[in-house]
Write a protein of this length. Structure first.
Lengths: 142, 151
C-alpha cells in the first residue's frame, strides 16, 4: 500500500524537512503533495486521492484548525487521517484537535517521532514488520 | 520575572537550534562570537492572554549554515530559503517558549515570520546563544503581561 501524503505548512523549508523525513522513513510512499495553507490543501484534496495529511496549525489564509473542520464536514474527506505537525503548546487547543480525530507531532521532531506518529495514526505501528517498510492493515485508529 | 522569561527563552532556543538546526550551543560566548556582525533578523508576533513579538538575530555566518543543516543540503540554499529557515527557527522557538511562560492552558496565535523591522521598544528579555563561530540573539517584547505590569 503506497501512501499518498499531503504536507500543509506555510514554510517551504518545513515542508522540505517533512518530505525529506518521509523519504528517509522507509514508509511506502506514493505521491507527496504540498500546500502552503488550509485553502490550498482543500483544493488538493478536491482533486487528488490522499491517504494522510500532515498539517501545521498557524498558517495565513486558512489555518490548520479551520481546514480540519472543513475536512470533517465534507463526507468525501471526513475520515481522512490527519496529523498536526506544530509548535502548539496549549493543552486546551491540542485537546480540541484530538477530539477532531487528529494525531499530534510537536516541532521540533525527530524522524522517528514523525514516522511512529504516522504508523500509529494509520494503525500499523504494532503490526509493522521491523524495517521492511510494509504497512499492514492501514485502518485509521479513530 | 525577567529571569524566568530569559530561562524559558534560552531553553526553547537551545532545544530548537539543536534539534531543528543541528547546531550545538557553546557553553559560553567567546570574544569572536561576541564581536560577530549581525547578518539577518526575523520576528514572529503572538497574540493571546498577552501579546508580543520574538525577534531572532543571527551573526557570524550562521544564516546559510542553519538553512543548509535544516534542508540537509551540501550546497548553499538560496537567500529566500535561508530567511525561510530562520523564520521557522523563530516560529518554533516562540511556540516552545510560550507554554513555559504562560502555562499550558492558554491559547496563543503565532503569526507567520517576517524580516525584522527596527526595534522601537525595550525587550523584556534578551538572551544570546553561542553557535559555532557566531551567535544568535533573542529578544522578547511583550505587552499586556500582568506579571510584568505588577513589577
Amino acid at each position: 500500500m503506497a501512501l499518498n501524503i499531503l504536507v500543509v505548512d506555510d514554510s517551504s523549508v518545513m515542508r522540505a524537512i517533512i518530505i525529506k523525513t518521509l523519504h528517509l522513513s522507509q514508509l511506502p510512499l506514493g505521491e507527496v503533495h504540498e500546500a502552503g495553507n488550509g485553502q490550498e490543501a482543500l483544493k488538493v484534496l478536491d482533486g487528488k486521492w490522499i491517504d494522510l495529511a500532515l498539517v501545521d496549525i498557524n498558517m495565513p489564509v486558512m489555518d490548520g484548525e479551520e481546514m480540519i473542520n472543513r475536512v470533517r464536514q465534507n463526507p468525501a474527506t471526513a475520515d481522512l487521517p490527519v496529523i498536526i505537525v506544530s509548535t502548539e503548546g496549549s493543552e486546551t487547543r491540542k485537546e480540541g484537535l484530538l477530539e477532531k480525530g487528529a494525531g499530534f507531532v510537536h516541532k521540533p521532531f525527530t524522524p522517528e517521532t514523525l514516522r511512529d506518529a504516522i504508523l500509529r495514526t494509520l494503525g500499523g505501528l504494532d503490526e509493522q514488520k521491523a524495517g521492511d517498510g510494509t504497512l499492514q492493515g492501514g485502518h485509521p485508529d479513530f | 520575572m525577567s529571569k524566568k522569561l530569559e530561562t524559558e527563552l534560552y531553553k526553547a532556543a537551545t532545544l530548537t537550534f539543536e534539534e531543528l538546526g543541528f547546531l550545538l550551543p557553546t557553553p559560553e560566548i567567546d570574544e569572536q562570537q561576541l564581536n560577530a556582525q549581525v547578518e539577518a533578523a526575523v520576528s514572529v508576533d503572538f497574540e493571546g492572554p498577552f501579546s508580543g513579538k520574538l525577534l531572532v538575530r543571527v551573526c557570524g555566518g550562521l544564516l546559510p549554515i542553519i538553512a543548509a543543516n535544516m534542508l540537509g543540503e551540501d550546497d548553499v540554499p538560496s537567500k529566500s530559503l535561508q530567511y525561510d529557515a530562520l523564520g521557522e527557527i523563530a516560529n518554533v522557538i516562540c511556540g516552545n517558549m510560550l507554554p513555559g511562560i504562560a502555562g499550558s492552558k492558554d491559547v496563543f496565535r503565532v503569526s507567520s515570520p517576517k524580516m525584522a523591522e527596527s526595534i522601537d521598544s525595550p525587550a523584556v528579555a534578551e538572551v544570546q546563544v553561542g553557535l559555532g563561530l557566531g551567535r544568535a540573539d533573542l529578544l522578547l517584547f511583550v505587552s499586556r503581561y500582568p506579571a510584568l505590569t505588577e513589577e
